[in-house]
Design a protein around this ligand. Structure first.
Ligand SMILES: CC(C)(COP(=O)(O)OP(=O)(O)OC[C@H]1O[C@@H](n2cnc3c(N)ncnc32)[C@H](O)[C@@H]1OP(=O)(O)O)[C@@H](O)C(=O)NCCC(=O)NCCS
Length: 185
């Protein structure tokens, strides 16, 4: 599997571009991630530590080299970082990964998450040749679930939340997209 192929380019719907996240994005990621409304529905630590973005990006870079995690800065048309999306638990052997994403509070409601994830799905099924991608928002995260539904993900089941940050009965909604489903859409 190619470990770091060229990222996807502009979407035809909303002008966003994905670039592999790097140290140069740390300041913008830090500023956006510090907003507790972004962290509230994700695994981001709360409060977000002062060096959180830099620490995360440094952790991520070697993971990308070996093809187990990919993260992208989502840039709007003017080049500003508006959020982050990426793949974790990537298994080339199983053709599997889990999708994650967040958008900075000033940029919500403009279609950025949907457009950015569309690009990432193209990249995942074409460049990375994955076969199945899941996403697991909190059941009560209606905006995130709407993003997945707009993209054509299939709702699979609910699941007990395994993450320490939330209560076990704060259930997750499991969604999946397969390469066949994405191609057909
Ligand atoms: C969820 C999130 C990524 C959405 O980003 P975004 O760029 O605003 O998403 P989009 O504009 O592409 O689409 C959002 C959709 O959700 C809808 N929506 C927003 N709030 C909603 C709510 N409370 N209930 C139902 N739908 C809602 C919007 O109307 C829109 O749907 P529409 O196009 O049919 O009108 C963003 O709010 C975010 O980062 N939240 C905090 C972190 C997070 O939840 N990350 C995902 C973890 S799984």
């Amino acid at each position: 599997m190619p470990h770091d192929p060229q990222p996807p380019s502009f979407s035809t719907l909303t002008d966003v571009r994905l670039v592999p996240i790097d140290i140069e994005h740390a300041e913008a990621v830090q500023r956006l991630a510090e907003d507790p409304r972004v962290a509230a529905m994700t695994n981001l630590p709360e409060p977000y530590p002062p060096d959180g973005a830099l620490h995360w990006i440094r952790y991520l870079l070697p993971k990308r080299q070996v093809g187990v995690e990919y993260a992208f800065a989502i840039l709007e048309a003017g080049g500003e970082v508006v959020g982050v999306n990426g793949l974790v638990e990537v298994s080339a052997a199983q053709g599997f990964a889990e999708l994650g994403y967040w958008i900075g509070r000033p940029y919500w409601g403009r279609g950025y998450a949907t457009a950015a994830n569309r690009l990432l799905l193209d990249y995942s099924f074409e460049a990375l040749a994955l076969r199945r991608i899941i996403a697991r928002p909190l059941l009560r995260n209606h905006a995130s679930r709407r993003v997945l539904e707009k993209l054509g993900f299939r709702f699979v089941e609910t699941q007990r939340n395994p993450f320490a940050k939330f209560e076990p009965d704060d259930r997750l909604a499991v969604y999946e997209m397969t390469a066949e489903r994405w191609t057909a859409a």
